[in-house]
Design a protein. Structure first.
Length: 412
């Protein structure tokens, strides 16, 4: 038998004891395959479901082809379209903003000292006459001046500076940075050192600064050491206190209790935080120190290292107003040589910082007598032989990894 379209009508073999089943052929099938629909109650939804069920042990899949979990649990709903893209987009935006903030702050860390350096005061320190030939590395002159210029009467009382006029040095330090191997050095020159001053006979080296300022001091030290001085940096009394206060004080360990009325300090032994005026008294006190000028020079090198170390800590670098305040307080406090550049200042500060962790040498010019009687009064006499050996090593680039003999401040 065929239907109206000449297609054969499927037959079903007769079954014993059963009525004939009638099947309807769905002629709307696109592929021409017959679709049979049962008319009796033997085939119902349960039978169809059982037929559609996978064999035991086989994986089951939903209408999207995703595997169903065991036990017939419904799979978790898929996120709405675009949700994952939006989350990923927000994450990328957050990372980009954070990166921009980091870059901006790094720029700020560089801009602050550059801006401050552009406002420093300068002075011509190049001495007249013959100068030593350039040796190995670089040598800089670091001076702490006790000039009271610009200080009010109240500031003088607070800082314990006294009322003396003129301009003298409280600190004289040679900073040597070798170009080859070995450590950098901070070399204190006692301000009472008895030396020949060009054109003025022999006197305390401090007198050269009072007579001819930085130029004559530079020439005096070049003549005495044979080292060519490549840069100059001077800091005043009030400026020093401001720098310390801009850092929130500086931690220092006092080896021996110090009570000095002239310096306005009374410090117990032990580690403590010093504010600006107290720190100034600490580095200036000498009458209460049994080692006198030599002991003061040691404290000055110690404290300079502590200042630069504090300036490089996260509590300063990561606090924008403190970093800005420190860089500009330091720039306002210093007077630099006409030919002293930012790279030179960086070398000086790096050496000062290295002293605090034994990365640089902290030395004193070898001395033979710390209390010699001279025409200039009580003076410090150098150990000429050992001093010459020290300066020759520095000039020739001999690596120094340990203090040479006689450079610990003990008379030879």
């Amino acid at each position: 038998m065929t239907d109206d379209h000449a297609r054969p009508i499927p037959r079903r073999p007769a079954r014993d004891g059963a009525d004939d089943d009638v099947y309807v052929v769905d002629t709307r099938s696109r592929r021409g395959a017959p679709r049979r629909t049962p008319r009796d109650g033997a085939r119902g939804p349960r039978a169809g479901a059982a037929a559609a069920a996978p064999p035991p042990g086989a994986a089951a899949y939903d209408e999207l082809g995703r595997p169903l979990p065991r036990g017939g649990a419904t799979p978790p709903a898929a996120p709405p379209p675009g949700a994952r893209t939006r989350r990923r987009g927000r994450g990328r935006t957050g990372v980009s903003v954070l990166a921009l903030l980091v870059v901006a702050y790094l720029v700020f860390l560089v801009v602050a000292p550059l801006h401050a350096w552009s406002n420093v005061s300068r002075v011509d320190v190049s001495p007249e006459g013959r100068r030593p030939a350039a040796g190995d590395g670089h040598t800089y002159l670091l001076v702490g001046s006790d000039s009271r210029e610009g200080l009010t009467a109240a500031q003088k009382r607070a800082l314990g500076t006294g009322s003396a006029d003129g301009r003298r040095t409280d600190t004289i330090i040679l900073v040597h940075v070798p170009s080859g191997g070995g450590k950098s050095s901070l070399i204190s020159v006692p301000r009472d050192s008895y030396l020949p001053i060009p054109g003025h006979g022999k006197n305390k080296v401090n007198a050269s600064f009072s007579i001819g300022g930085p130029k004559l001091l530079t020439r005096t030290l070049e003549q005495a050491t044979g080292l060519r001085i490549d840069g100059y940096l001077e800091i005043g009394l009030a400026g020093f206190a401001d720098v310390v206060d801009s850092l929130g004080g500086v931690d220092i360990c006092v080896k021996n209790a110090i009570k000095d009325k002239k310096a306005h300090i009374d410090l117990p032994q032990g580690c403590q935080n010093l504010d600006g005026p107290t720190a100034l008294g600490y580095v200036r006190a000498r009458y209460s120190d049994p080692k006198g000028d030599i002991g003061r020079a040691e404290r000055q090198r110690q404290f300079l290292g502590a200042v630069v170390k504090k300036a490089a800590t996260p509590s300063t670098v990561l606090v924008p107003w403190r970093w800005w305040g420190f860089t500009h307080a330091a720039a306002s406090a210093v007077l630099v040589g006409q030919d002293t550049g930012l790279v030179d200042a960086y070398r000086i500060l790096s050496t000062m910082r290295a002293v605090s962790n034994d990365g640089a040498l902290s030395l004193v010019v070898p001395i033979s007598d710390p209390n010699a009687t001279t025409s200039a009064g009580s003076s410090v006499l150098w150990d000429d032989k050992r001093a010459a050996e020290l300066f020759t090593m520095l000039r020739d680039g001999t690596p120094l990894d340990a203090p040479p003999p006689g450079t610990d401040g003990t008379p030879g």
